[in-house]
Design a protein around this ligand. Sequence first.
Ligand code: AGP
Length: 608
Amino acid sequence: MCGIVGCTSRTGEVVPGLVESLKRLEYRGYDSSGIAAIGERGLGIVRRVGKIRELESELAVAPLTGSTAIGHTRWATHGSPTEANAHPHRVGKLVVVHNGIIENYLELREELTQRGARFQSETDTEVVAHLVQALWQGDLVAAVRSAVKRLHGSFALALLHEDAPDLIVAARRDSPLVIGVGEGAHWLASDVPALLPWTRRIIYLEDGDVAALRPERVDVTDAEGVARARAVAEITWSAEMAEKAGFPHFMLKEIHEQPATVSNALLGRIAENSGAIVLDGFALSDAELRSLRRICIVACGTSWHAGQVGRFLLEEDAGIPVEVDYASEMIHREPLLAKDDLLIAISQSGETADTRAALKKGREAGARTLVITNVAGSSMARDAAHVLLTYAGPEIGVASTKAFMGQLTVLALLALRLGAARGRLDQKTLARRLHELKTLPHALEQALALSDAAKDIAGELAAARDALYLGRGLNYPIALEGALKLKEISYIHAEGYPAGEMKHGPIALIDPSMPVIAIATESVTSALMSGNVEEARARGARVIGIVSTGEERLMKSCWRTLVVPRVPEALSPFVNIIPLQLLAYWTAVIRGSDVDQPRNLAKTVTVQ
Ligand code: AGP
């Protein structure tokens, strides 16, 4: 998954601004980058392996000038991270940058080679450059419209041609692209934060769009040249929202934003007077909600863990059977869905290829579809019949934290909405549960005060090679999520397990070198969880306990404890994940890994 930027302006140089925009997309991929610009000396290109600072250093000694330019930061899919494979790719007077995967690139490469094309790289992107070049007859927009008809797979493209010095042509299918609208200038980017320093007026391109950007105008058509009207949206995010606000890393800032995340996700969704739940974007009537037979949740990674928590909440509150599937698994099975089933896709980015494919499969099978996402203009927000936004604001850290909190909040509201519609929750119970949700931010603030204690424990955790996370019930997914946080940013192998399963194998792993993180807060299974702590301790494990206030006896059994405020069990995942996020964060800092851009990862995986 990669980042694309572009600008065409009637006034002044655009390259320095594009470098700044690229830096805001570095979380999307950062193994190489490059910029192409058209100026008085014609078309120039600079590409560099490594992070964008490498490109910046090169530009400092070999400046690129021009009032029209495109840029790219890469997360390699085809071809290793080398300068030859870096974007932009050039063929003659044409350059192209690309995000996505061209699935039929090999046969196109073969065809173009037979027609005389000579390839310099291993990438699928270079095939697009040769194809457009072969179709070019003086009109870049027409050539791109013809070319996209030959492409299979996903793409966000931006192209320049030296003979059209003020024009950028863009095209998108299954990979995001947004246009920034200015006075005498237009910008292009894969994601909104890259445009915020220049404009807040945004056009979200849709699948099948081919856009021609010039300093004074933007024209959007389909591949046949038929005009498509695209509204201009006003972004309310401020540029500093996407900055670190004084924190050392985006991830720590976003961990501390979580009380606000819960409040924002609840805002306007609980009617003040009646106490009714108002879920704009999820327009099913009570009767339709009562007719639902089953819910299927599809997601990846952290969003899948949110879905697992959602399953407990929905089954308990709404009395409806819920399945949770990895999206990458579901798309290769017959989903057996029908119109009385609700398929819920959970995705922070709204662009994850596996989840998007699963959502489409569910829709084609006739299920009702809902997406829970953090990005309003995302592909999945357009694919699904219903959309519930998490309103967490831009999440820049590759390791998801506040978006997860927003997903849990929306799922909790959805469970209560269904429970009320299906007659499982009376008004009094509903009012109590909503009050508990509204007071949750205070409990999260108390949990965030554990940061120093977590940092202290992380000093020990940082030396471990492996770690085992244990939880029960709706805290089993929290054990999974805590383990994922640790492994993806500190690179320590960690796995989450249902605590009841420990004696069926994992207990063989336990010895003094294996820290065990036990989520043992107040619950119906507290006694069993205490037993698990003793079993681990008896085998020499150093048990780090996540425990509720007042659990003195349990604390004595743990090597170290992180004490969280008591909340109703249904809300314990919201509180318990915070010390685990902080543990992972501080462990990664101590180990010196790149917390916001961990190795091998990308913020959004737009390839299957
Ligand atoms: C979470 O910390 C990871 N970065 C990753 O598992 C992520 O949750 C997954 O790729 C799904 O992304 P999405 O929510 O944008 O679909």
